[in-house]
Design a protein around this ligand. Structure first.
Ligand code: PLP
Length: 350
């Protein structure tokens, strides 16, 4: 929102892309209000949220829309998870919880990360927090100033979150071919400089579907070690790999101490609206992220965490079932796109 004053009249301009709204009002109103911080106005809006909103509006009008905007499983949350949350609410578990997360969920996440990701973490090195907030907090702890690299095409929030943490976004383009997107090692080497603080690695990637191979991750790990970089490993899609194998960069030699691994429930368990996930990493970094939580979000609701606990400790078949369905849809789309003359598709593996 921007203000302008012309003698007895004030004018406010509101940006609601793609339109701008101008309103005139009396000077009196303008002088009673302090100006806004301003910098928040420079943050780009989330493109995926905006397209999703537009798709929703069209659906409400009865149009038959397939929204490919936001990473949202179209399955309901499995019923045993819902039941666990409802039971918790019925028991009256509606009060504050510990900022780092309830002990039993921290322990269950630590077990999961040790088993699925081959990263040897203790419950004290785990923090229960929505994945998006985890990336935000990690960047705030790790990036004082300087550049943060990430691979492009990239998820919409990396650039703005890096800016919010005081850093400068430095996207590094990936290479692509019909077999999929892949790391451009030369471009990474060229982008790293004395001013580079950290690198965000998103595998499987939104939006490319690229699953980085162990060789590519080893290359990135060497770059991180050689240049003393922190790594934020965004692995939110780790359970949705159709070809190849998910490897966590923190499981590679010398990487655990410099990597914060972020994941969660949203995509694997169709729990996007529950707002729960986790970060796992070195205790000092996790503790500083928890400090941020104490003064912002405070904690996650108990019933949400009980749902998360049921997700990790209960049957995993719903995850596999959803994955099979997503893979079938991917295969169908790939074969339909293949029929379009002149269309080349970079094959998503996740
Ligand atoms: C690549 C990527 N990272 C992180 C997130 C955030 O996940 P959550 O909604 O669980 O906070 C998303 C959500 O769309 C995402 O696509």
């Amino acid at each position: 929102m921007k203000f302008a004053k012309i003698r007895g009249l004030g004018m406010v301009m509101e940006r609601r892309p793609p339109i701008f709204i101008y309103r005139l009002f009396l000077w009196d109103e303008a002088i009673t209000m302090k100006h806004l911080a301003g910098w928040t106005d420079t943050l780009p809006l989330s493109g995926t949220m905006e397209i999703s909103r537009m798709a929703g509006e069209l659906m409400e009008k009865g149009r038959n829309i397939l929204s490919l905007s936001i990473g949202e499983p179209d399955f309901p949350t499995p019923s045993h998870i819902v039941e666990a949350a409802v039971e918790s609410l019925r028991k009256g578990e509606t009060h504050y919880t510990p900022a780092p997360g309830i002990p039993e969920l921290r322990a269950a996440v630590a077990d999961t990360v040790r088993e699925n990701n081959n990263i040897d973490v203790s419950p004290e090195e785990v923090f229960i927090v929505p994945a998006k907030q985890a990336i935000f907090s990690a960047l705030h702890v790790l990036v004082d100033s300087g550049e943060v690299l990430y691979l492009e095409p990239a998820w919409v929030s990396y650039g703005p979150q890096i800016m919010l943490s005081g850093g400068r976004p430095r996207p590094v383009a990936m290479k692509s071919s019909s077999s999929g997107f892949m790391l451009d090692e030369e471009a990474v080497k060229e982008a790293v400089g004395r001013d580079t603080r950290a690198i965000i690695i998103n595998t499987p990637s939104n939006p490319t579907g690229c699953v980085l191979s162990e060789r590519e991750l080893k290359f990135l790990a060497d770059v991180a070690v050689d240049n003393d970089l922190y790594v934020v490993a965004d692995e939110i899609y780790e359970r949705l790999v159709y070809e190849g194998r998910h490897v966590s960069i923190a499981s590679l030699p010398d990487m655990k101490d410099r990597t914060i691994t972020v994941s969660g429930f949203s995509k694997s368990y169709a729990m996007t609206g529950w707002r729960i996930g986790w970060a796992a990493g070195p205790k000092k970094i996790i503790d500083d992220m928890i400090r941020l939580q104490q003064h912002t979000l405070t904690c996650l609701p108990m019933f949400i965490q009980k749902g998360g606990l049921a997700a990790l400790t209960g049957p995993q078949e719903p995850v596999e079932e959803m994955k099979r369905s997503f893979k079938r849809r991917r295969d169908m789309l790939l074969s339909l796109l293949d029929e379009i003359p002149g269309m080349e598709v970079a094959r998503p593996r996740g």
